[in-house]
Design a protein around this ligand. Structure first.
Ligand SMILES: Nc1ncnc2c1ncn2[C@@H]1O[C@H](COP(=O)(O)OP(=O)(O)OP(=O)(O)O)[C@@H](O)[C@H]1O
Length: 252
């Protein structure tokens, strides 16, 4: 499933958060990078129909997100794990995921099966009857992913899914995102270059609301000067490519 942004702009009041963004999300896993305030969350909010662009056009598959009918149909195809979400501690995991499936249009007779499938996909099937409040941070994050998967979306959008997790939990969530990406189109925003380099086939970089890079991981890594043997800079080729790109933006 493909999503297309054509000359998309977005403002908060007079503040421009996205500036003439033209971008194609193709099947596979794409990583969205950029400094703080670059516009990543805004871009994802537009993609998942939480906000409407002030200019330009977004389509998901054949659905134009400008119309309410288009947004309604697109929502059935989209799963979203926001940067911050709250869960009701008193609810059991299965009820939480069933509710998410229902909200996203899954018909009543299929709710229980949908919840079981999603909980099993995130490795929480054995906790289906536990209360949400008993979960660890990593498990809560995986429950959020289960809620986003419950209606079996074709495109899954994750905003900083590993933030605040310890290394073990981060690895588990990363493995989960990798497995989701084998079956679905995934858009992943993360500050952790390691997450992106491990999981993504393509990379998009936003800076000050503009899309300043869109290409394959190989093209991204080729941004590093070939004559640079890396001895002067710490970090992987991926990290050096990102640093090179951001440094170039600051040049006159
Ligand atoms: N609700 C809002 N009202 C006003 N300005 C906002 C609002 N949300 C975001 N902005 C501004 O829009 C710009 C883009 O913000 P956005 O949150 O999309 O960036 P981001 O790349 O996701 O940042 P971060 O990495 O810090 O999460 C920033 O300058 C931010 O201050």
């Amino acid at each position: 499933m493909q999503a297309t942004f054509e000359h998309v702009s977005f403002y908060y009041g007079k503040r421009k958060a996205l500036d003439d963004v033209t971008w194609q999300v193709r099947p596979g896993t794409v990583g969205l990078l950029g400094p703080n305030g670059a516009g990543k969350t805004t871009l994802l909010s537009l993609l998942v129909t939480l906000a409407k662009p002030k200019g330009g056009r977004i389509t998901l598959g054949e659905h134009d997100l400008a119309s309410s009918a288009g947004r309604r149909e697109a929502r059935k195809l989209l799963g979203f794990v926001p940067q911050r979400f709250s869960l009701a501690g008193e609810l059991r995991l299965r009820d939480t995921v069933e509710y998410a499936a229902w909200v996203n249009g899954t018909p009543e007779p299929g709710l229980s099966a949908a919840a079981d499938r999603a909980l099993s996909e995130v490795g929480l099937a054995d906790r289906a009857r536990s209360r949400v409040r008993s979960l660890s941070g990593g498990q809560r994050q995986r429950l959020g992913v289960a809620a986003a998967l419950a209606h079996d979306p074709k495109v899954v959008v994750l905003d900083e899914p590993t933030v605040g997790l310890d290394p073990g939990q981060r690895l588990r969530v990363r493995e989960l995102v990798a497995s989701i990406g084998r079956k679905r189109t995934v858009v992943l925003s993360s500050h952790l270059l390691e997450d992106i380099s491990h999981l993504c086939q393509r990379v998009a970089v936003l800076a000050e609301g503009k899309l300043v890079f869109d290409g394959s991981v190989t093209q991204f890594q080729a941004l590093v000067d070939n004559t640079d043997d890396g001895s002067a800079t710490m970090g992987s080729g991926f990290e050096r490519a990102y640093e090179t790109l951001i440094a170039r933006l600051g040049e006159p």
